[in-house]
Design a protein around this ligand. Structure first.
Ligand code: FAD
Length: 579
């Protein structure tokens, strides 16, 4: 890269730059813009293609007379295997009813009960039906509504722009470096505040419900600056992905009454969770399915799936409440749930871990809670932590919307009270980021990106998936070290600067390789089983040693250091989870 080119990089100034245009980023931008601040949202996708739009099942809120925010909080904490911070959980559950009513008033068309109220269905781990839904396309209804509101407020979106680095120097946040995918033109976005809302990281697994874009970029970008990531070992495996494909059959299918059977025609959840059966939390059902398959009671040509049966619900209910799910199963497996069972198996779905944040959305720089001035995060890339070791279904859209908007409020306050100033950038601040992108574009090594990525995703599924052992994790540590080394010698064939998806995928693989190491190191160190993290060699939860959040730091030599921080326990004292 010639010096003059670097000097010519345009610099745009904002009060706030938000990376990510899903539910968290877009809702925050809307509020910040309405408060009269200058805000830009940068998204590598068109906002409506963000993964929020793929959410099917619903959004939780205790709206009915027999339910309460307190009960919602209890279910969430129990579901989290007591690792969630209870102050954050209480805040989210209290805010849930007003948040759902607010978005309904903005125009989100929820499904309604016969008396005209917002309809709610049961979901796993919830003692009352509290999943408010728009058929089985809830996320799209919410995202479209928030996007419309943001556009009406005048938010400036940079769609199909890729953020490649955070400008963070001397403990000060200054902005981000980004380029447009259309022409690979670099721009520095200089801002008083930067908010990450970059979504989840389950794309590191081969079998996953996650969209192609969910490559955890924001996490690796932050971690490369020496800032910590929290609880990364906790990856949620959803019990019902279409067999062999991973594509989600929403928990709404079980919420509406779907039942799980093994090859012997046994409704096996009756023996594992006699009370809640198919409505036990996801971590438990995923393990039960995996156990049935392991013990030879799987169905399908490879005996690597179990059945979900919905035939007894009838065509009318399926067509009115689960039409998308039916389409997906027909398209990808040729199985019509109205007349036959659908084959399903666990699939990597959600990231409980992420960028550590306090309740206000400030990013933390250590396990004691010291905050980074000017840096914020919300949504799935953040760890507040409301989901602890296992998230309950329909709490994530809620998390994105509640904490997206609450973080906006924090940023507005921080701007108004003068905590944040614009720290000027120089063109050199973009040197490293641009050097890296151009280095990949011109790379001529012998390694292929798709080959390395397949190896990463297959081995993570195999060794750091639903079941883990010291042996499998140590093996994965070695595989990741080898893949990272090979990544230094990649090549990409397409050298074009216009819509170069090869380049984007190569950058994303770099992110995946970095954060995968946090998942594995966290899992090696956590010698217990809690929520989604199940160790065969340590099958019990160990509150004495591990009722703690892990904070992991990547050093410049690539090693990862772990410290542990306290969990905020409130009125719900840790107990054994029985469902
Ligand atoms: C199939 C599926 C179904 C789900 N169903 C439900 C459900 O029913 N209920 C529920 O509560 N939760 C559900 N979830 C989870 C929930 O949808 C997500 O956790 C939530 O929507 C995340 O929102 P977000 O705003 O944090 O991120 P996302 O919506 O994922 O948005 C991330 C944004 O970051 C941008 N981005 C990322 N990296 C970069 C970069 N380097 N540069 C620029 N932009 C970048 C992307 O373009 C995107 O705009 C589901 C998830 C999946 C995968």
């Amino acid at each position: 890269m010639s010096e003059s080119f670097i000097k010519n990089i345009p610099v745009q100034e904002y009060d706030v730059v938000i990376v990510g245009a899903g539910l968290a980023g877009t809702s925050a931008a809307m509020d910040i813009q309405k408060a009269g601040k200058k805000v830009a949202v940068i998204s590598k996708l068109h906002p409506l293609r963000s993964h929020s739009g793929a959410a099917q099942g619903g959004i939780n809120a205790a709206l009915s007379a027999e339910d309460s925010p307190d009960l919602h909080a209890f279910d969430t904490v129990k579901g989290s295997d007591y690792l969630a911070d209870q102050n954050a959980v209480e805040f989210m559950c209290q805010k849930a009813p007003e948040t759902v009513r607010w978005i309904a008033n903005c125009g989100a068309v929820f499904s309604r009960s016969s008396d005209g109220h917002i309809a709610m269905r049961p979901f796993g781990g919830a003692t009352k039906p509290r999943a408010c839904y728009a058929k089985d396309r809830t996320g799209l209804a919410l995202l479209q509504t928030v996007y419309e509101q943001a556009i009406a407020a005048g938010v400036r979106f940079f769609s199909e722009w890729y953020v490649s680095d955070l400008i963070y120097k001397d403990g000060v946040t200054r902005g981000v470096v980004a380029f447009d995918l259309l022409g690979l033109n670099y721009t520095i976005f200089n801002a008083k505040a930067v908010m990450f809302a970059t979504g989840g990281y389950a794309r590191a697994y081969k079998v996953t419900t996650n969209a192609h874009a969910n490559t955890g970029d924001g996490l690796s970008i932050v971690a490369r600056h020496g800032l910590p990531l929290e609880d990364m070992e906790f990856v949620q495996f959803h019990p019902t992905g279409l067999a062999g494909r991973g594509i989600l059959i929403s928990e709404a299918a079980r919420g509406e009454g779907g039942r799980l059977y093994n090859s012997e025609g046994e409704r096996f959840m009756e023996k594992y969770a006699p009370e809640s059966k198919e409505l036990a939390p996801r971590d438990i059902i995923s393990r039960c399915i995996a156990m049935e398959i392991r013990e030879g009671r799987g169905v399908g040509p490879k005996k690597d799936a179990v059945e979900i049966r919905l035939m007894h619900l009838g065509e009318r209910l399926i067509m009115t409440r689960l039409p998308e799910l039916r389409d997906l199963a027909i398209t990808f497996l040729g199985q019509d749930m109205i007349v036959e069972p659908v084959y399903i198996s666990p699939t990597a779905h959600y990231s409980m871990g992420g960028i550590p944040c306090d309740i206000e959305g400030h990013v933390k720089k250590d396990s004691r809670g010291t905050i980074v001035t000017g840096l914020y995060a919300a949504g799935e890339c953040a760890c507040v932590s409301v989901h602890g070791a296992n998230r309950l279904g329909c709490n994530s859209l809620l998390d994105a919307l509640v904490f997206g908007r609450h973080t906006a409020e924090t940023i507005i306050n921080d701007l108004n009270n003068g905590t944040l100033i614009l720290h000027k950038v120089t063109a050199e601040d973009a040197d490293a980021a641009i050097g890296e992108v151009e280095g990949i574009l011109h790379s001529k090594g012998e390694e292929s990106v798709p080959v390395l990525r397949d190896r990463l995703r297959e081995s993570m599924t195999e060794n750091a998936g639903v079941f883990r052992t010291e042996e499998s994790l140590l093996k994965e540590r070695e595989i990741l070290a080898e893949l990272s080394e090979r990544y230094r010698h990649i090549h990409i064939d397409d050298k074009n600067r216009v819509y170069n998806t090869d380049l984007e995928e190569a950058i994303e693989l770099g992110h995946m390789l970095d954060y995968a190491r946090f998942i594995v190191e966290g899992a090696i160190a956590r010698k217990e089983s809690r929520g989604a993290h199940f160790r065969y060699d340590y099958p019990e939860r160990d509150d004495k040693n591990f009722l703690k959040h892990s904070y992991m730091f990547m050093h410049s030599d690539g090693t990862i250091k772990i410290e542990y921080g306290d969990v905020h326990i409130g009125k719900f004292k840790p107990k054994k989870r029985i469902y």
